[in-house]
Ligand binder design. Structure first.
Ligand SMILES: [Zn+2]
Length: 305
């Protein structure tokens, strides 16, 4: 019998691969749109900023977005496909991203700082975590990241996972309410009431006065970096996954789900070291924290593993 050409012999395999990739192969770039003028004006006014511009993605950036999308848990891939109205990349933003809900559509818009695509994961988290200090320097600062394994990723991995956790929370409801505009429909049985009195106030015994004075990215007060070691010590035994997540219950959930999944799927572990005059004086490792233990069942239920 004459041999069939190789391509014909392989055709059923190629077809089945194509079909299986199509069934899970949503293209996240379908959601990326050029930001409309009125949305740009709204965002500038919300941030108290000016000079924001639409960012045109390069082909490398488009590849990175698709690659990052494929690392997400299915539930967040579905959140992007079904519950996101648009993703806008905006030049000029100095923080990572903002997710906002359009109540009439019950869908979300995500505004993303394109710098997250070109900044390493460690550099991005280090930048974010130091924005609460008035006096961070090269030798006295937090050094954050996800260890050696995290070196091949950019800040976008954290940003996209975190923002889609907010989308999931907005639509599928995990925390009591994500923003004050949702107070007419509170999720009264949210597990986050165990540790939070309200959206920004932890229950007695869970909070720390130092965090009450600060806001990340310059959106409020700062503290001296001399408090950093104490804050990291507090964080390790708190129910929160990061100092950023300890500022409100929505970010508490988004940070926790993000670090759970990065750990589960990619073996990454969020770590923060405090350097004082170049010496390591305190350290936080997410996988060893109280938060990692406390929230494992919830994250496992949401992510499916
Ligand atoms: Zn957030």
């Amino acid at each position: 019998m004459k041999n069939r050409p190789l391509i014909a012999a392989c055709l059923p395999i190629i077809l089945s691969m194509l079909l299986s990739s199509c069934s899970h192969g949503y293209n996240p770039l379908d959601k990326v749109k050029s930001i409309p003028r009125d949305s740009l004006v709204w965002l500038e006014s919300y941030d108290g900023a000016s000079g924001y511009k639409n960012h045109k993605l390069t082909s490398d950036e488009k590849d990175l977005i698709q690659e990052t999308f494929r690392t997400l848990p299915p539930v967040l891939q579905e959140a992007l496909e079904n519950d996101v109205y648009a993703i806008y990349f905006v030049d000029g933003m100095w923080y990572g991203a903002l997710t906002s809900r359009i109540p009439d559509l019950n869908q979300c818009i995500i505004f993303i700082n394109p710098d997250t695509l070109s900044t390493s994961l460690s550099e991005w988290l280090t930048y974010r975590d130091n924005t609460i200090f008035s006096d961070a320097s090269d030798t006295s600062c937090f050094v954050s990241g996800c260890g050696k394994k995290g070196e091949k990723y950019t800040g976008f991995l954290h940003t996209l996972t975190h923002e889609l956790a907010h989308v999931y929370d907005y639509i599928d409801r995990v925390t009591p309410y994500v923003e004050d505009g949702m107070k007419d429909n509170i999720k009264a049985d949210s597990l986050f009431y165990d540790t939070w009195k309200d959206r920004t106030q932890p229950r007695n015994g869970y909070g720390t006065s130092q965090l009450e004075q600060v806001a990340f990215y310059g959106f409020g007060g700062c503290v001296s970096s001399s408090l950093a070691a104490e804050m990291l010590g507090w964080l390790s035994s708190s129910p929160f996954s990061s100092l950023y997540g300890a500022t409100n219950w929505a970010d508490d959930f988004a940070e926790t789900l993000t670090y759970y999944w990065l750990n589960k799927k990619l073996g990454l572990d969020y770590e923060v070291t405090y350097l004082q005059n170049g010496q390591e004086t305190a350290h936080f490792t997410w996988s060893e924290s109280e938060a990692a233990k406390r929230w494992k069942p919830l994250c496992k239920e949401i992510c499916g593993k």
